[in-house]
Every structure is written in C-alpha cells, then in structure tokens.
Design a protein. Sequence first.
Lengths: 162, 199
Amino acid sequence: MIGSAGSNEKCAWLRNVAKVDVAVNYRDAHLRKSLKEAAPNGIDVYFDNVGGEQLNAALPRTRPNGRIGMCGMISAYNNEGAMSEGVVTLPTMMHNRISMRAYIWQDHIHLWPQFLTAMRGWLGTGAMLGETTVYKGLEAVPEAIVVLFEGGNLGKMLVKLG
Amino acid sequence: MSYNNGFTIQKEKWLSSFANITASEIHLCERPTGMPKAADFAVVDRQLTELHYGEFLIRNRLSSIAPAMRPPLSYGLTSLGAAIASHALGEVVESCNDRFPVGEAVFHRGGLRDFAISNGEDATIVAVDDEPLDWHLGPLGFTDLTALRPYGLGRIIPRCRAQARRNDFRFRYGERSWWHRCANCAPDWGPGDWQRRVE
C-alpha cells in the first residue's frame, strides 16, 4: 500500500502512524521516479484526490485492468479556471484497460447509516484513525483557509465555533 | 367556529421572534487568484430577528473547511460580499419546523457563521453519541463517507480485478485464440513500458 501526501511531515505520519508500506510526497520534483521505486510491479487500485502531476505519474504505473476512483483534485483548485495541469499519460489508460470513475459524497448519502455503524466499530477497535486539525473561533477562519491550501493541516480541517 | 380538519398547528410555531441576535459570518471580500490570502475574507456581523414557518435557528458548534470550497470563491458561485457556504454541525436552539425540534444536532450547509437559519432543505439530523464531536465532520462525516473503500471506491468502480477483466478481449477469447492470430492486436504493455517510451 502506497500513501501519498503533500509534505514530509505528513509522509512521516503515513509511515509511522498509518503504517503504509511506502509514502511518497506528491510535490516531489521526481514524483514519477519515486512512484516507480515505490511500486515496481505497478498499482492495482488508485484513489485520486490530487490529480495533475500525480495522476500523470500514476497512470503509467497502473497495471492492466487497474481501477481508479476519483473524488477531489486539489492540485487544480488554485489554477486559473480551476483547470488541471495537462495529463499526458492518458493513452496508457487504453493500453492497460484502466477504468476510472469520479464521484462526489452526495452520490452515496443513502449509505450513511450503514457507514456510521461500520466506522464506529473501526474507530472503537483502532482499525481506523480519525485525525482532525481544529482552529478556534470565526476570526481564525481566513488563516485556516490559507493553511489548508498550504497543506499545513493533518486530517480534516475544522473550525470550532461556540 | 374553526375548521382545522384535525390538524393542531400551534400558533406560535408559525413565527418565532427573538431578541436581536448578532450573528457573525465569513464574507468573501475579494475573489482570490492563485493562492487565497487572509485578506480575501472578513468577519461580518448580521442581526437575526425572527424565524418564519418551516425555519429553525442553529447554533453552530463546528464548521468544515474543505478544498472543494475553493473553485466557487473565484468562479461566481459564491457572491462577492456574501457569506461563504460550508458544511457544519450545530444545535437547533429555536424552531418553527416540526422535523427539526430544539435540542437536535444537525448537519447542514450554513457553516462559517456562529448562528445560521435553515429551512431544512439542506439539513439532516445527526445522532451524536459520546464520541468526540469533531468526528462527525471527520471520520464519521461526509468526507470519509467518500473515502472509504467498501462504501465509496468499491461500489462505484469494479469491485475486483476479475470483474474489471470480464470485458477484456484476452479474457473473453483466450490469449492464443484465432482472433488474436488474425487480428493485429495491441501488445500487452505492462506498467512502465509506456513510460519508458515517453521518456
């Protein structure tokens, strides 16, 4: 299992706390190379929240009949028109018959009760970790938004009000 | 004589007035280009005075700040000088809506403000146990609902490689079928081969 994050501190968290096999930094200039070292035999399933250069690097590493789920593209949000950088490795999707499907959380709202039961169990046994970064007060919101896009949060970014 | 057909609508529930509440909310003052700056946002006060039928007042406890909020800040969906929408968890403190009684915890879209008024369209009641409250916007919340494999990933893309392979011509006709011998089909490039060609 390969974990990907945007800073070295988060990669250390992935390795030491979440116990992934390899952690890669998606802001790394040599992302393609480090991904190749991380997955010499390729990737079966890829969950994409970054897009752009990470997708560009992951597509050639994906094995035949590999599967990609996409829900989020943070590398694009600050760009002009919220457009992604060019992804030039798309032909490998065809050669390796890769399926890619995007979705948003509202698509699975009917599964929430089922999800809550399962997730409460996993959180209780410690199989799942719930990390949040909590800022206090409405005055802290502008700073929290900036920190979120600099990647300074670990886990879900929240603001505590009242 | 009144004809109420058996409905007992309490009169005070049609309208609820409270002493002026000063609610603070985050407004967008300038559309960010590239990285957002703290100066693009401002805390603005607003007076809330009354609730109409179907509305309820929420005191927010926690608000989410999500990357997905970013594109609407630059491209129109959030208006300049208006409150920014975000998901939040709060408590109903005053209600003119029978489905959302006072005291319930609700998940709704009126975040980034301390008091919000909702008509229930974008709100759901949340059953809060004794777990930490921030879990309800974190691991038990909407973001992790998407991220979880059996409930997100596994449901929307083929569950396993065997299922994904079912449409693959090598699987359907066999590796050395007559079709393969006749057709000039694509070689099976493994991962990395194509990358080498590009580099």
